[in-house]
Design a protein around this ligand. Structure first.
Ligand SMILES: [Zn+2]
Length: 281
């Protein structure tokens, strides 16, 4: 039983990430479970060693520890390959030859995300050299979010058969995420509200693997004074550069929870627990 932090190695952490980390650690404390660490570097074209080095320095500065070995997605794809083979045996994946351009032309105006209409689902194309897609079921996926209450997602209407590996062999975020949660025996997932709509499709993957699905808690996203979400800010000032300029970790912890005077990690966690209690009541 554990929860996890899984920062993406495509940039430096900023205040929005710190707020997210506080939610993970606050929830771990409440549930009495350890936090595992995963380096999300499945995107080989964007992951940089400098980001990983900064991540470890940031976690140390805030006094955030983790349990067990660090899982790096790029280190070993054997498990991912095995899981794909399992899905293939069950007839749950197929090769897709559609280009990004072709798919863009098939989209309805105003759709919230890319929808795949299943054009290649009966073509029996090989998986090698093609995009590998997961056949989503028609089911409505219901789950109780630990903060938001009951949710219902229908992947067949939201995204259709989604990609789990691109044609170059690189695994996708959704797929790695579920496989890693299985490998690290994660039973509680804490993540931002921005990714809430993808929970149903992850649950379908857990079911396909016959693996226990974790509980989910989706937290609000941190906004700046102007109401803009930190997660959407392309050039948000990194924690690293502010720490290097002499800003204290305690000051950054205060800012992450909307306070002005420097606070300890324990106090910051109490603030977030307070927000959790408020929204759950
Ligand atoms: Zn296709």
């Amino acid at each position: 039983m554990a929860t996890r932090v899984a920062p993406s190695m495509t940039g430096y952490l900023h205040l929005g990430h710190l707020y997210h980390l506080l939610w993970v650690y606050a929830y771990a404390e409440r549930m009495g479970v350890p936090v595992c660490l995963r380096i999300e570097d499945h995107d080989r074209s964007r992951a940089r060693p400098a980001y990983e080095k900064a991540l470890f320095a940031d976690l140390a500065a805030f006094g955030m520890a983790w349990r067990g070995d660090v899982l790096r997605q790029q280190d070993d794809v054997t498990f991912y390959d095995q899981q794909v083979a399992m899905l293939q045996d069950a007839g749950l994946v197929y090769g897709c030859a559609c280009s990004r351009r072709e798919l863009a032309d098939l989209q309805l105006a105003g759709a919230p995300e890319l929808f795949y209409p299943g054009r290649c689902s009966e073509k029996k194309l090989p998986l090698e050299g093609h995009t590998v897609r997961f056949r989503v079921g028609p089911d409505r996926m219901r789950f109780k979010d630990e903060r938001l209450g009951w949710q219902e997602h229908v992947p067949a209407q939201q995204c259709g058969d989604f990609a789990i590996r691109d044609r170059t062999g690189q695994y996708t975020y959704q797929f790695c995420c579920v496989c890693d949660d299985i490998q690290q025996e994660i039973r509680h997932v804490v993540r931002g509200e921005d990714v809430l709509p993808s929970t149903g499709r992850q649950l379908q993957l857990f079911h396909a693997f016959d693996a226990p699905a974790p509980t989910y808690l989706h937290h609000p996203l941190l906004c700046d004074e102007a109401g803009n979400k930190w997660s959407k800010r392309q050039h948000a000032v990194s924690l690293r550069s502010r720490l290097e300029k002499g800003v204290s970790p305690e000051q950054l912890l205060a800012e992450a929870v909307g306070l002005h005077q420097p606070i300890s990690l324990a106090t910051a966690l109490e603030c977030v627990t307070g927000q959790l209690n408020q929204s759950a009541s």
